[in-house]
Design a protein around this ligand. Structure first.
Ligand code: BGC
Length: 339
């Protein structure tokens, strides 16, 4: 723990000062849970897949302040969307002997490598946001995944369209013509949102037509570009723009407005996350709706699971995933979620 602190102060791992932990003596709140023997603080390494992600920024800020308030010594590092770099960061935390790790993997496909590294080092670990399979997690019983059921968010997106006056069939031709702006398809959230948003429509008996599906990698600029190209190519045929997250939906909205289209009149637009920027657009009628991806709730659960692991609890296969509910967000309830 002293070594961890010394290295941190030497700046060897703090990629951004803003992301670093406060000095050991500045903790507030309940340090009982976090205090080690002799009053030393417990150390937590937090690995985020990349800092430049709108949703993960809210999530990591919530995590950091919760952990600090509980009196943990926290170091949060940026994987820069580079799995090799993140693996190195995990190894550095292991060498420093952190008490626990919270990891948002860059690649779900790296889960086996990550799990075997933390298992060999016997470090209690909570994986967040990018879900490995139950079999992968079963390799280590001091490992928990905290996230959401991505299928649910997709279903809610489809329901938001079904709740409109024409169920998404604006031109009345008997089918809902849509474009899908996908996150990183390696990620299960992207896969399931893509599948279940459309499934909600077909389950309700609607015919659907996919005009285009493109990966936007969760990124606002890519969302804008994809929507701009599709609007130029398909014009009025596009009735619904499904975006796997809000940041891409906000980008798509810029393209929709530039093409002189009007959301909720001649086109529908839905996202996921309930970022403040998206909530404001929902209230203003510029987005049909979104789905709350509860960063605060997931951070709370990640810390609670970490504390269970620190308390010595182990988890059997099938009990290692904890899901926080999504919430459907419409103009009626959007204001309630603005932070
Ligand atoms: C969020 C996205 C975010 C991604 C990162 C998803 O759950 O909806 O906004 O980019 O997680 O993995």
């Amino acid at each position: 723990m002293k070594r961890f602190l010394a290295m941190m102060l030497a700046g060897t791992m703090c990629l951004s000062m803003a992301a670093c932990a406060k000095p050991a003596d500045s903790g507030t709140g309940d340090s009982g849970a976090a205090g080690g023997e002799g009053g030393e603080k417990k150390t937590v390494g937090v690995c985020i897949y990349k800092f430049d992600d709108a949703f993960m920024t809210t999530y990591r800020n919530a995590l950091q302040s919760m952990l600090e308030e509980k009196g943990y010594e926290v170091s949060v590092v940026d994987g820069n969307n580079d799995q090799a770099k993140q693996t190195e960061q995990i190894n550095t935390f292991i060498t420093q002997g952190v008490d626990a790790l919270i990891i948002n993997p860059v690649m779900t496909s790296a889960a086996d490598t990550i799990i075997s590294a933390v298992k060999d080092a016997d470090i209690p670990t909570v994986l967040i946001n990018r879900e490995p399979t139950a079999e992968q997690m079963a390799a280590y019983d001091k490992l928990v995944y905290v996230g959401c059921d991505a299928a649910q968010s997709g279903t809610f997106q489809g329901e938001l369209i079904l709740d409109t006056e024409n169920k998404g069939d604006i031109n009345g031709d008997g089918k809902v013509s849509y474009i899908m702006i996908q996150g990183d398809p390696e990620n299960i959230d992207a896969k399931l949102r893509t599948e279940y948003s459309v499934k909600a429509l077909t389950d309700a008996g609607m015919e659907v037509e996919q005009l285009d599906l493109q990966r936007g990698d969760w990124d606002r600029n890519k969302g804008q570009e994809i929507a701009q190209n599709d609007l130029a190519k398909f014009g009025d045929q596009i009735e619904v723009v499904f975006c796997n997250n809000d940041d891409m939906a906000i980008g798509a909205l810029q393209a929709i407005q530039a093409a002189n289209r009007t959301v909720n009149k001649d086109i529908y637009l839905v996202g996921v996350d309930a970022l403040d920027a998206a909530l404001n657009e929902v209230v203003a009628g510029n987005m049909t709706g979104t789905v709350l991806n509860d960063a605060q709730g997931q951070a709370t659960q990640a810390v609670a699971s970490m504390e269970e692991l620190l308390g010595g609890k182990t988890f059997a296969e099938g009990e290692q995933s904890v899901y926080v509910d999504y919430v459907k967000v419409t103009p009626e309830n959007a204001k309630d979620y603005i932070k």
